[in-house]
Design a protein around this ligand. Structure first.
Ligand SMILES: Nc1ncnc2c1ncn2[C@@H]1O[C@H](COP(=O)(O)OP(=O)(O)O)[C@@H](O)[C@H]1O
Ligand SMILES: [Mg+2]
Length: 376
Protein backbone atom coordinates (compact mmCIF):
# COMPACT_ATOMS: atom_id res chain seq x y z
CA UNK A 1 0.00 0.00 0.00
CA UNK A 2 2.84 2.39 0.82
CA UNK A 3 3.71 3.09 -2.79
CA UNK A 4 0.07 4.04 -3.40
CA UNK A 5 -0.26 6.72 -0.70
CA UNK A 6 -0.83 9.77 -0.38
CA UNK A 7 0.99 12.21 -2.67
CA UNK A 8 -1.22 11.53 -5.68
CA UNK A 9 -4.44 12.53 -3.95
CA UNK A 10 -5.48 15.98 -5.10
CA UNK A 11 -6.78 18.24 -2.33
CA UNK A 12 -9.20 19.72 -4.85
CA UNK A 13 -11.01 16.42 -4.87
CA UNK A 14 -11.55 16.16 -1.13
CA UNK A 15 -15.02 17.59 -1.62
CA UNK A 16 -15.50 17.00 -5.31
CA UNK A 17 -18.20 18.02 -7.73
CA UNK A 18 -18.75 14.77 -9.62
CA UNK A 19 -20.59 14.59 -12.93
CA UNK A 20 -22.49 11.40 -13.74
CA UNK A 21 -23.73 10.51 -17.20
CA UNK A 22 -27.08 8.85 -16.51
CA UNK A 23 -29.37 9.54 -13.55
CA UNK A 24 -31.12 6.21 -12.99
CA UNK A 25 -31.02 4.10 -9.85
CA UNK A 26 -27.28 3.44 -10.18
CA UNK A 27 -26.63 7.19 -10.28
CA UNK A 28 -28.92 7.58 -7.29
CA UNK A 29 -27.00 5.01 -5.26
CA UNK A 30 -23.61 6.44 -6.31
CA UNK A 31 -24.77 9.87 -5.13
CA UNK A 32 -26.13 8.53 -1.84
CA UNK A 33 -22.70 7.03 -1.13
CA UNK A 34 -20.85 10.12 -2.38
CA UNK A 35 -22.86 12.72 -0.46
CA UNK A 36 -21.90 10.88 2.73
CA UNK A 37 -18.25 11.35 1.73
CA UNK A 38 -18.68 15.10 1.23
CA UNK A 39 -19.15 15.24 -2.55
CA UNK A 40 -21.87 16.80 -4.69
CA UNK A 41 -23.30 15.71 -8.00
CA UNK A 42 -24.57 16.87 -11.37
CA UNK A 43 -26.28 14.37 -13.68
CA UNK A 44 -26.84 14.35 -17.42
CA UNK A 45 -29.88 12.31 -18.46
CA UNK A 46 -32.54 12.71 -21.17
CA UNK A 47 -35.50 11.75 -18.89
CA UNK A 48 -37.69 14.42 -17.30
CA UNK A 49 -37.56 13.14 -13.70
CA UNK A 50 -34.94 10.41 -13.38
CA UNK A 51 -34.34 8.82 -9.94
CA UNK A 52 -30.99 10.51 -9.19
CA UNK A 53 -32.24 14.02 -10.02
CA UNK A 54 -33.46 14.23 -6.42
CA UNK A 55 -29.84 14.21 -5.27
CA UNK A 56 -28.17 16.88 -7.36
CA UNK A 57 -28.42 19.14 -10.38
CA UNK A 58 -29.94 17.57 -13.46
CA UNK A 59 -28.96 18.60 -16.98
CA UNK A 60 -31.76 17.22 -19.13
CA UNK A 61 -30.11 16.36 -22.44
CA UNK A 62 -29.55 13.48 -24.83
CA UNK A 63 -26.40 11.40 -24.35
CA UNK A 64 -25.02 12.67 -27.67
CA UNK A 65 -25.70 16.37 -26.96
CA UNK A 66 -22.16 17.76 -27.37
CA UNK A 67 -22.93 21.12 -25.75
CA UNK A 68 -24.53 19.57 -22.68
CA UNK A 69 -21.68 17.06 -22.32
CA UNK A 70 -19.11 19.84 -22.56
CA UNK A 71 -21.05 21.84 -19.94
CA UNK A 72 -21.05 18.84 -17.59
CA UNK A 73 -17.33 18.29 -18.19
CA UNK A 74 -16.41 21.93 -17.54
CA UNK A 75 -18.60 22.40 -14.44
CA UNK A 76 -17.52 19.24 -12.63
CA UNK A 77 -14.17 18.16 -11.16
CA UNK A 78 -14.38 14.76 -12.83
CA UNK A 79 -16.91 12.64 -14.67
CA UNK A 80 -18.15 9.08 -14.42
CA UNK A 81 -21.11 7.15 -15.77
CA UNK A 82 -23.82 4.79 -14.63
CA UNK A 83 -24.88 3.67 -18.08
CA UNK A 84 -22.55 1.86 -20.47
CA UNK A 85 -24.40 2.63 -23.68
CA UNK A 86 -23.30 6.23 -23.73
CA UNK A 87 -21.94 6.80 -27.26
CA UNK A 88 -18.15 6.51 -27.34
CA UNK A 89 -18.12 9.86 -29.18
CA UNK A 90 -19.81 11.43 -26.13
CA UNK A 91 -17.08 10.09 -23.88
CA UNK A 92 -14.48 11.50 -26.27
CA UNK A 93 -16.20 14.91 -26.08
CA UNK A 94 -15.94 14.83 -22.29
CA UNK A 95 -12.31 13.69 -22.49
CA UNK A 96 -11.43 16.88 -24.39
CA UNK A 97 -12.48 18.93 -21.34
CA UNK A 98 -12.01 16.73 -18.31
CA UNK A 99 -11.15 13.31 -16.91
CA UNK A 100 -13.80 10.59 -17.30
CA UNK A 101 -13.73 7.12 -15.75
CA UNK A 102 -14.18 4.54 -17.17
CA UNK A 103 -12.77 5.77 -20.47
CA UNK A 104 -13.66 5.35 -24.13
CA UNK A 105 -11.61 2.16 -24.63
CA UNK A 106 -13.40 0.27 -21.85
CA UNK A 107 -16.79 1.40 -23.11
CA UNK A 108 -16.02 0.43 -26.69
CA UNK A 109 -15.03 -3.08 -25.54
CA UNK A 110 -18.18 -3.57 -23.49
CA UNK A 111 -20.78 -2.01 -25.80
CA UNK A 112 -20.52 -4.47 -28.63
CA UNK A 113 -20.95 -8.15 -27.76
CA UNK A 114 -18.57 -9.22 -30.54
CA UNK A 115 -15.81 -6.81 -29.42
CA UNK A 116 -16.38 -7.93 -25.85
CA UNK A 117 -15.94 -11.62 -26.72
CA UNK A 118 -12.86 -10.85 -28.83
CA UNK A 119 -11.31 -8.94 -25.95
CA UNK A 120 -12.05 -11.70 -23.43
CA UNK A 121 -10.67 -14.34 -25.81
CA UNK A 122 -7.49 -12.30 -26.32
CA UNK A 123 -6.91 -12.53 -22.55
CA UNK A 124 -7.51 -16.30 -22.49
CA UNK A 125 -10.88 -15.93 -20.71
CA UNK A 126 -13.25 -18.63 -22.03
CA UNK A 127 -16.45 -17.51 -23.81
CA UNK A 128 -19.28 -19.40 -25.57
CA UNK A 129 -18.67 -20.28 -29.23
CA UNK A 130 -19.97 -17.34 -31.29
CA UNK A 131 -20.18 -15.84 -34.77
CA UNK A 132 -20.90 -12.26 -35.85
CA UNK A 133 -23.97 -12.27 -38.13
CA UNK A 134 -25.32 -9.54 -40.42
CA UNK A 135 -28.05 -11.34 -42.41
CA UNK A 136 -30.18 -14.51 -42.37
CA UNK A 137 -27.64 -16.37 -44.54
CA UNK A 138 -24.99 -15.62 -41.90
CA UNK A 139 -27.30 -17.04 -39.22
CA UNK A 140 -27.68 -20.30 -41.16
CA UNK A 141 -23.94 -20.56 -41.76
CA UNK A 142 -23.24 -19.87 -38.05
CA UNK A 143 -25.81 -22.47 -36.98
CA UNK A 144 -24.10 -25.03 -39.21
CA UNK A 145 -20.87 -24.34 -37.24
CA UNK A 146 -22.21 -23.89 -33.73
CA UNK A 147 -25.29 -26.13 -33.73
CA UNK A 148 -28.58 -25.84 -31.85
CA UNK A 149 -29.70 -24.71 -29.37
CA UNK A 150 -28.20 -21.26 -29.85
CA UNK A 151 -29.07 -17.72 -28.90
CA UNK A 152 -29.17 -14.73 -31.22
CA UNK A 153 -28.54 -11.28 -29.68
CA UNK A 154 -28.16 -7.78 -31.06
CA UNK A 155 -24.50 -6.80 -30.82
CA UNK A 156 -25.36 -3.49 -29.16
CA UNK A 157 -27.84 -1.93 -26.71
CA UNK A 158 -29.27 -5.13 -25.21
CA UNK A 159 -30.17 -5.26 -21.49
CA UNK A 160 -32.41 -7.32 -19.20
CA UNK A 161 -32.69 -10.01 -21.90
CA UNK A 162 -33.99 -7.54 -24.52
CA UNK A 163 -32.87 -7.99 -28.13
CA UNK A 164 -32.42 -11.77 -27.77
CA UNK A 165 -34.02 -14.81 -29.41
CA UNK A 166 -33.45 -18.48 -28.65
CA UNK A 167 -32.99 -20.81 -31.65
CA UNK A 168 -33.95 -24.38 -30.70
CA UNK A 169 -33.87 -25.74 -34.26
CA UNK A 170 -32.89 -24.41 -37.68
CA UNK A 171 -36.61 -23.79 -38.36
CA UNK A 172 -36.51 -20.92 -35.76
CA UNK A 173 -33.74 -19.04 -37.59
CA UNK A 174 -35.86 -16.74 -39.76
CA UNK A 175 -38.11 -15.70 -36.85
CA UNK A 176 -35.14 -15.07 -34.61
CA UNK A 177 -33.41 -12.99 -37.27
CA UNK A 178 -36.60 -10.94 -37.81
CA UNK A 179 -36.55 -10.10 -34.08
CA UNK A 180 -33.15 -8.42 -34.48
CA UNK A 181 -34.86 -5.65 -36.46
CA UNK A 182 -32.10 -5.52 -39.07
CA UNK A 183 -29.39 -4.83 -36.46
CA UNK A 184 -25.99 -6.49 -36.55
CA UNK A 185 -26.13 -9.53 -34.27
CA UNK A 186 -24.15 -12.30 -32.65
CA UNK A 187 -25.05 -15.98 -32.61
CA UNK A 188 -23.91 -17.73 -29.44
CA UNK A 189 -23.84 -21.35 -28.42
CA UNK A 190 -26.48 -21.93 -25.72
CA UNK A 191 -24.59 -22.94 -22.59
CA UNK A 192 -26.42 -25.57 -20.46
CA UNK A 193 -24.99 -23.96 -17.34
CA UNK A 194 -25.31 -25.23 -13.79
CA UNK A 195 -25.15 -21.75 -12.26
CA UNK A 196 -24.75 -18.12 -13.21
CA UNK A 197 -22.27 -16.16 -11.11
CA UNK A 198 -20.75 -12.70 -11.28
CA UNK A 199 -17.86 -10.86 -9.77
CA UNK A 200 -17.75 -7.16 -8.99
CA UNK A 201 -14.20 -5.81 -9.11
CA UNK A 202 -12.74 -2.36 -8.62
CA UNK A 203 -9.48 -0.72 -9.69
CA UNK A 204 -8.39 2.75 -8.64
CA UNK A 205 -6.61 5.48 -10.57
CA UNK A 206 -3.53 4.38 -8.65
CA UNK A 207 -3.81 0.77 -9.80
CA UNK A 208 -5.10 -0.62 -6.52
CA UNK A 209 -7.37 -3.64 -7.12
CA UNK A 210 -10.09 -5.23 -4.98
CA UNK A 211 -12.65 -7.97 -5.59
CA UNK A 212 -15.99 -8.59 -3.93
CA UNK A 213 -17.19 -12.09 -3.05
CA UNK A 214 -18.76 -13.81 -6.07
CA UNK A 215 -22.56 -13.72 -6.27
CA UNK A 216 -24.83 -16.43 -7.65
CA UNK A 217 -27.51 -14.90 -9.88
CA UNK A 218 -30.95 -16.09 -10.89
CA UNK A 219 -32.81 -14.48 -13.75
CA UNK A 220 -36.52 -14.50 -14.58
CA UNK A 221 -37.38 -13.66 -18.18
CA UNK A 222 -33.82 -12.36 -18.72
CA UNK A 223 -34.01 -9.94 -15.73
CA UNK A 224 -31.89 -10.46 -12.62
CA UNK A 225 -34.21 -11.54 -9.82
CA UNK A 226 -31.97 -12.74 -7.01
CA UNK A 227 -28.30 -12.69 -5.96
CA UNK A 228 -27.04 -15.05 -3.23
CA UNK A 229 -23.62 -14.62 -1.69
CA UNK A 230 -22.38 -18.03 -0.61
CA UNK A 231 -19.54 -18.13 1.90
CA UNK A 232 -16.41 -19.32 0.11
CA UNK A 233 -17.94 -19.74 -3.31
CA UNK A 234 -15.82 -22.24 -5.31
CA UNK A 235 -15.82 -19.84 -8.30
CA UNK A 236 -14.05 -17.06 -6.36
CA UNK A 237 -10.41 -17.53 -7.29
CA UNK A 238 -11.01 -18.23 -11.00
CA UNK A 239 -13.39 -15.26 -11.28
CA UNK A 240 -10.86 -13.00 -9.54
CA UNK A 241 -8.09 -14.12 -11.89
CA UNK A 242 -10.20 -13.33 -14.96
CA UNK A 243 -11.35 -9.99 -13.52
CA UNK A 244 -7.74 -8.99 -12.82
CA UNK A 245 -6.84 -9.66 -16.48
CA UNK A 246 -9.84 -7.66 -17.72
CA UNK A 247 -9.26 -4.61 -15.50
CA UNK A 248 -5.50 -4.46 -15.92
CA UNK A 249 -5.77 -5.08 -19.68
CA UNK A 250 -7.99 -2.02 -20.07
CA UNK A 251 -6.10 0.09 -17.52
CA UNK A 252 -9.60 0.31 -16.08
CA UNK A 253 -10.63 2.75 -13.35
CA UNK A 254 -13.80 2.20 -11.31
CA UNK A 255 -16.11 -0.73 -10.66
CA UNK A 256 -16.62 -3.36 -13.34
CA UNK A 257 -18.72 -6.54 -13.17
CA UNK A 258 -18.29 -9.74 -15.16
CA UNK A 259 -21.11 -12.28 -15.54
CA UNK A 260 -20.19 -15.95 -15.97
CA UNK A 261 -21.85 -19.26 -16.69
CA UNK A 262 -20.56 -22.12 -14.56
CA UNK A 263 -20.60 -25.25 -16.67
CA UNK A 264 -18.88 -28.51 -15.99
CA UNK A 265 -16.52 -26.97 -13.45
CA UNK A 266 -15.48 -24.12 -15.77
CA UNK A 267 -16.34 -20.45 -15.80
CA UNK A 268 -17.41 -19.09 -19.18
CA UNK A 269 -17.63 -15.30 -19.38
CA UNK A 270 -20.97 -14.04 -20.67
CA UNK A 271 -20.65 -10.27 -20.52
CA UNK A 272 -19.02 -7.43 -18.64
CA UNK A 273 -20.54 -4.20 -17.38
CA UNK A 274 -18.19 -1.19 -17.05
CA UNK A 275 -20.08 0.26 -14.08
CA UNK A 276 -21.61 -0.56 -10.73
CA UNK A 277 -23.82 -3.63 -11.17
CA UNK A 278 -27.14 -4.97 -9.94
CA UNK A 279 -25.46 -8.17 -8.69
CA UNK A 280 -23.36 -5.95 -6.37
CA UNK A 281 -26.26 -4.19 -4.65
CA UNK A 282 -25.94 -6.51 -1.63
CA UNK A 283 -22.71 -4.67 -0.77
CA UNK A 284 -24.78 -1.71 0.48
CA UNK A 285 -25.80 -3.63 3.59
CA UNK A 286 -23.44 -6.61 3.83
CA UNK A 287 -19.98 -5.52 2.75
CA UNK A 288 -17.50 -3.41 4.71
CA UNK A 289 -17.54 -0.91 1.81
CA UNK A 290 -20.30 -0.76 -0.81
CA UNK A 291 -19.56 -1.02 -4.53
CA UNK A 292 -20.88 2.56 -4.86
CA UNK A 293 -18.46 4.01 -2.33
CA UNK A 294 -15.58 2.00 -3.80
CA UNK A 295 -16.34 3.22 -7.32
CA UNK A 296 -16.05 6.80 -6.09
CA UNK A 297 -12.92 6.07 -4.06
CA UNK A 298 -11.41 4.47 -7.18
CA UNK A 299 -12.04 7.39 -9.53
CA UNK A 300 -10.92 9.92 -6.92
CA UNK A 301 -7.66 8.06 -6.29
CA UNK A 302 -8.62 7.43 -2.67
CA UNK A 303 -7.63 4.19 -0.92
CA UNK A 304 -10.15 1.45 -1.68
CA UNK A 305 -12.29 0.20 1.19
CA UNK A 306 -12.37 -3.44 2.28
CA UNK A 307 -14.66 -5.64 0.17
CA UNK A 308 -15.27 -8.35 2.78
CA UNK A 309 -18.74 -9.69 3.35
CA UNK A 310 -20.22 -9.04 6.80
CA UNK A 311 -22.79 -11.63 7.88
CA UNK A 312 -25.03 -13.48 5.43
CA UNK A 313 -27.08 -11.84 2.72
CA UNK A 314 -29.38 -12.17 -0.26
CA UNK A 315 -30.51 -9.49 -2.70
CA UNK A 316 -33.96 -9.66 -4.29
CA UNK A 317 -35.01 -7.27 -7.05
CA UNK A 318 -38.44 -5.63 -6.94
CA UNK A 319 -39.66 -5.83 -10.53
CA UNK A 320 -42.91 -4.22 -11.72
CA UNK A 321 -44.28 -3.65 -8.23
CA UNK A 322 -43.09 -2.97 -4.67
CA UNK A 323 -44.80 -5.06 -1.96
CA UNK A 324 -46.62 -3.38 0.88
CA UNK A 325 -43.89 -1.63 2.86
CA UNK A 326 -45.25 -2.29 6.35
CA UNK A 327 -45.26 -6.04 5.69
CA UNK A 328 -41.86 -5.99 3.97
CA UNK A 329 -40.08 -4.00 6.65
CA UNK A 330 -41.64 -6.09 9.43
CA UNK A 331 -39.38 -8.97 8.30
CA UNK A 332 -36.15 -8.76 10.31
CA UNK A 333 -32.99 -7.98 8.35
CA UNK A 334 -34.84 -6.41 5.42
CA UNK A 335 -33.33 -3.26 3.88
CA UNK A 336 -35.48 -1.59 1.22
CA UNK A 337 -33.92 0.43 -1.61
CA UNK A 338 -36.65 2.22 -3.57
CA UNK A 339 -35.64 3.97 -6.80
CA UNK A 340 -38.71 6.25 -6.76
CA UNK A 341 -39.81 5.15 -10.22
CA UNK A 342 -43.31 4.86 -11.68
CA UNK A 343 -44.37 1.18 -11.57
CA UNK A 344 -44.47 -0.56 -14.95
CA UNK A 345 -44.45 -4.30 -15.75
CA UNK A 346 -40.90 -5.65 -16.07
CA UNK A 347 -39.35 -2.44 -14.67
CA UNK A 348 -36.77 -2.59 -11.85
CA UNK A 349 -38.35 -0.40 -9.15
CA UNK A 350 -36.10 -1.25 -6.23
CA UNK A 351 -34.38 -4.06 -4.40
CA UNK A 352 -34.30 -5.61 -0.98
CA UNK A 353 -31.09 -6.59 0.77
CA UNK A 354 -31.67 -9.23 3.40
CA UNK A 355 -29.08 -9.60 6.16
CA UNK A 356 -28.87 -12.41 8.68
CA UNK A 357 -26.53 -14.10 11.15
CA UNK A 358 -26.59 -17.54 9.49
CA UNK A 359 -27.32 -19.05 6.04
CA UNK A 360 -30.46 -20.71 7.43
CA UNK A 361 -31.81 -17.48 8.90
CA UNK A 362 -31.02 -15.72 5.63
CA UNK A 363 -32.87 -18.34 3.56
CA UNK A 364 -35.92 -18.11 5.84
CA UNK A 365 -36.05 -14.32 5.58
CA UNK A 366 -35.56 -14.46 1.80
CA UNK A 367 -38.47 -16.93 1.54
CA UNK A 368 -40.67 -14.55 3.52
CA UNK A 369 -39.76 -11.65 1.20
CA UNK A 370 -40.25 -13.82 -1.90
CA UNK A 371 -43.75 -14.74 -0.66
CA UNK A 372 -44.63 -11.05 -0.33
CA UNK A 373 -43.22 -10.31 -3.80
CA UNK A 374 -45.15 -13.25 -5.22
CA UNK A 375 -48.39 -12.29 -3.53
CA UNK A 376 -48.58 -8.83 -5.09
N1 LIG B 1 -25.06 -18.19 -24.50
C1 LIG B 1 -25.98 -18.34 -23.53
N2 LIG B 1 -26.26 -19.57 -23.02
C2 LIG B 1 -27.18 -19.74 -22.05
N3 LIG B 1 -27.91 -18.74 -21.52
C3 LIG B 1 -27.69 -17.49 -21.96
C4 LIG B 1 -26.71 -17.22 -22.98
N4 LIG B 1 -26.73 -15.89 -23.20
C5 LIG B 1 -27.63 -15.36 -22.37
N5 LIG B 1 -28.23 -16.30 -21.61
C6 LIG B 1 -29.25 -16.07 -20.57
O1 LIG B 1 -29.89 -14.80 -20.77
C7 LIG B 1 -29.54 -13.88 -19.71
C8 LIG B 1 -29.37 -12.47 -20.25
O2 LIG B 1 -28.35 -12.46 -21.26
P1 LIG B 1 -27.14 -11.45 -21.26
O3 LIG B 1 -26.20 -11.84 -22.35
O4 LIG B 1 -26.56 -11.37 -19.90
O5 LIG B 1 -27.82 -10.09 -21.70
P2 LIG B 1 -28.30 -8.79 -20.92
O6 LIG B 1 -27.40 -7.74 -21.45
O7 LIG B 1 -29.70 -8.63 -21.33
O8 LIG B 1 -28.09 -9.05 -19.44
C9 LIG B 1 -28.29 -14.47 -19.10
O9 LIG B 1 -28.09 -14.03 -17.76
C10 LIG B 1 -28.58 -15.97 -19.20
O10 LIG B 1 -29.50 -16.38 -18.21
MG1 LIG C 1 -26.47 -9.94 -18.43
Amino acid sequence: MNDLTPSLSSPALDQAHIGIIGAGQLGQMLALAGIALGHRFTFLDPSAQPPAARLGRHIQAEYDDERALAQLAVECDLITLEFENVPVSAVETVTRHNQIYPGAQALASAQDRVHEKRYLTSLGVPVAAYRAVDCLEDVHAALADIGCPAILKTRRLGYDGKGQAVIRSVADAADAWAQMGGHAAILEQMIPFEREVSIVAVRSVRGELAFYPVGQNRHVAGILYRTDIHPEDPAQSTAEGYARLVLEGLDYVGVLAIEFFEWDGRLIANEMAPRVHNSGHWTQNSAVTSQFENHLRAILGWPLGATDRVGHCVMLNLIGTIPERMALLAIPGVHLHDYGKEPRPGRKLGHVNITAASPEQCAGRADAVARLIGSE
